[in-house]
Write a new protein. Sequence first.
Length: 247
Amino acid sequence: MPAKLSVNLNAIAMLRNRRDLPWPSVIGIGRLALAAGAHGLTVHPRPDERHTRHSDLPEIRALIDDEFPRAEFNIEGYPSEDFLALVEKHQPEQVTLVPDDPAQATSDHGWNFAADAAFLTPIVKRLKKGGFRVSLFSDADPAGIAAARDTGADRIELYTGPYGSYHSDSAKAANELERLGKTADAASAAGLQVNAGHDLTVGNLPALARRIPALAEVSIGHGLTADALEYGMAGTVGRFLRACGWK
């Protein structure tokens, strides 16, 4: 089965927040994405609420529950106590833990699983006890996979930023793709499912899907939102689904 597509709404929320107005509507755009075939919605509610606001979360939860019950809600973020409380309140199907500093513009690296295991393990246990699927943001490094597995997580999410950044250098992109592939191979062998996200486009997704045929999910925001300016949200979701391998 091809990778499922989760549409990250952060860029939509950031555009909305430029004015004290209710448009573009995060919920309205999320509805368009799901109606067009996206499998889920992703948000990263940072502490300063510079894009997704805490007040968006119950509305997204209700949208999925009331109109698209087969879709999934994925909340990602640094696992502070405040973040964990948000997760437990709004009950996403998946929680993706990222090692972000609050001041970071965007996620730009994965966990150091060996060094962070003692921190992550009780958090993963708490989330799993709450019934959430847990994914851990991961660099392209097979050496860390055993430690990631030992935290009790269900999945890793491959940080594909370096792969996406080599959009004009095919040789470097191919090298980075192989690093991602080897990390995914190690994760699968360890019993972890594999997600991916960051700077993925309709141009670079097909090669990623071919190299990692067991890819479970991709979470895409910036590139998808940029394409939606040209093709509309419904048309763009269709383009990204086809790039994942959906007919």
